[in-house]
Design a protein around this ligand. Sequence first.
Ligand SMILES: CC(C)(COP(=O)(O)OP(=O)(O)OC[C@H]1O[C@@H](n2cnc3c(N)ncnc32)[C@H](O)[C@@H]1OP(=O)(O)O)[C@@H](O)C(=O)NCCC(=O)NCCS
Length: 163
Amino acid sequence: MIRNHCVIELDVQIGNWPRIENFVEIQKGTVIGDHCFIRSFVRIGEDCVVGDYSTIKCHSILATGTVLEKHVFIGPHTVFVSDANGHGGATVSHYAWIGAHVVIEPGVVIPPRCIIGAHSLVRSGQIYKPWAVYFGIPAREVRKGCKADFDKLGTSIREGEKE
Ligand SMILES: CC(C)(COP(=O)(O)OP(=O)(O)OC[C@H]1O[C@@H](n2cnc3c(N)ncnc32)[C@H](O)[C@@H]1OP(=O)(O)O)[C@@H](O)C(=O)NCCC(=O)NCCS
């Protein structure tokens, strides 16, 4: 389902069973996987990838070249910023969870099952660990993540997946 007043450029690819709400802009070269949920007023720049089962909450912005792997959650008002040349190119790995109002700098790689707390600034040039919780400005590791975190955040852990 694609709701009203969206601007989706001609060579954008959208997979099966999309749920795209009102006033969404998706720029050229972007690929959206299956079962993605994109809420209102999201803007996705050129040549981005949004993996299957990912969710992007309202008013978030993805700079050019941003890659979201599968089952990623992006909270509302999160911004992937671009550099002076207009390139973003951050990657969020599968099952990572990003809270509301987070700013992510260009080139950052957020590993699988990483949790970034609300209102954080995720700096480039830092190594982020999988299965860890970060928050703050700049975002710092506060503790290891665990199944209980994902239960609380409403996403499940797959059978056999390590904590
Ligand atoms: C990252 C997060 C999930 C961790 O939650 P949590 O497990 O309850 O946090 P902790 O218990 O480890 O918190 C430890 C301390 O850090 C503080 N803290 C938690 N999240 C923080 C954040 N994002 N920024 C700054 N401080 C934070 C807590 O207030 C607590 O402080 P205290 O010890 O002085 O009381 C949560 O803080 C968060 O940011 N959630 C985002 C919610 C959101 O954006 N949802 C969008 C859904 S649409």
